[in-house]
Design a binder for this molecule. Structure first.
Ligand code: HEC
Ligand code: HEC
Length: 230
């Protein structure tokens, strides 16, 4: 018992001093520092309660979702992706007249920041996390950009009721997409728009029953959205 406490205290001190990861323990970085909030392996039951109670987005298919350079840079300098919070409903305070929702910023604590070395290690580990068949490779055909695409996004298919394509707007219930071109793999974007419930049966983005032609255009559009400063 006492030995365990000592080891625990040493491990904590090590993490605080920044030498908790690196060397032999680098492989444990995710399980030591990230699982308190994120699922890094597929949960046994993807229930509505779990989705409702989870503290952070799932990372168990991160290797099929993110671009590695974005991970390395974001983990060192995290910015807000879900301006409405992960648990949107918990962070939202109904406006007094019930027409405007405001977001309780206290529900959005700062994300842990990693050193450059730990960010590189974490990105390597995250890129190895995949689920067979979840994101079919090559689904996005990379056709020439369509002039209809931004119209589809903002007007015809209603994406802007839950997502923002430009920095600086009011927070929405879905993740911002104005850095999606840097952050997300196009095949993931295609798979997600096609069927969000394939990722989690309870996620509140609707399956919109779009044609593949529309999904191709929307994916092409979303994949051009990048942060200005580079
Ligand atoms: C205290 C809880 C907490 C811990 C610990 C934590 N995260 Fe997060 N993480 C979050 C939250 C909340 C978000 C969503 C932020 C947002 O959308 O603005 C997030 C978002 C992310 C994202 C983007 C996910 C997406 O789908 O957009 C990545 C990647 C990530 N975290 C990696 C990590 C790694 C790697 C670690 C361990 C070194 C870690 N996180 C530790 C709470 C946490
Ligand atoms: C009713 C609200 C709603 C609508 C409408 C909606 N989405 Fe979503 N979308 C969401 C939510 C919620 C998520 C997942 C949130 C999470 O993982 O935290 C999501 C996730 C996504 C993702 C993955 C982003 C990421 O970082 O994980 C993409 C891409 C996306 N939506 C594109 C679209 C497009 C394109 C449209 C229009 C055709 C659209 N969405 C319409 C709510 C919506």
């Amino acid at each position: 018992m006492r030995l365990r406490t000592l080891i625990g205290a040493l491990a904590l001190a090590g993490t605080a001093l920044g030498w908790g990861v690196g060397g032999a323990s680098a492989a444990d970085l995710l399980s030591q520092q990230c699982v308190a909030c994120h699922a890094v392996s597929k949960p046994e039951k993807l229930s509505l309660d779990r989705l409702w109670e989870r503290k952070a987005p799932d990372l168990y298919y991160a290797g099929s979702k993110f671009n590695k350079p974005w991970l390395v840079s974001w983990l060192q300098n995290p910015t807000t992706i879900r301006g409405g919070g992960v648990m949107y409903a918990k962070a939202v305070k109904g406006g007094a007249d019930r027409t405007v929702d405001t977001i309780d910023a206290a529900q959005l604590p700062a994300h842990p920041k990693l050193s450059a070395a730990d960010a590189a290690t974490a990105a390597d580990l995250l890129m190895a996390l995949k689920v067979d068949g979840l994101v079919p490779a090559g689904a996005f055909k990379n056709e020439p950009p369509s002039s209809m695409a931004s119209m589809l996004f903002s007007k015809l298919r209603g994406c802007t009721s839950c997502h923002t394509a430009k920095a600086g707007g009011a927070p929405t219930s879905g993740p911002e997409l104005y850095t999606a071109g840097d952050r997300l793999q196009p095949d993931f974007v295609h798979a997600y728009i096609n069927n969000p419930q394939k990722f989690d049966a309870h996620v509140w983005m609707p399956t919109l029953g779009l044609t593949d032609a529309d999904i191709q255009k929307l994916t092409g559009y979303v994949s051009t959205l990048k942060s200005e400063k580079k």
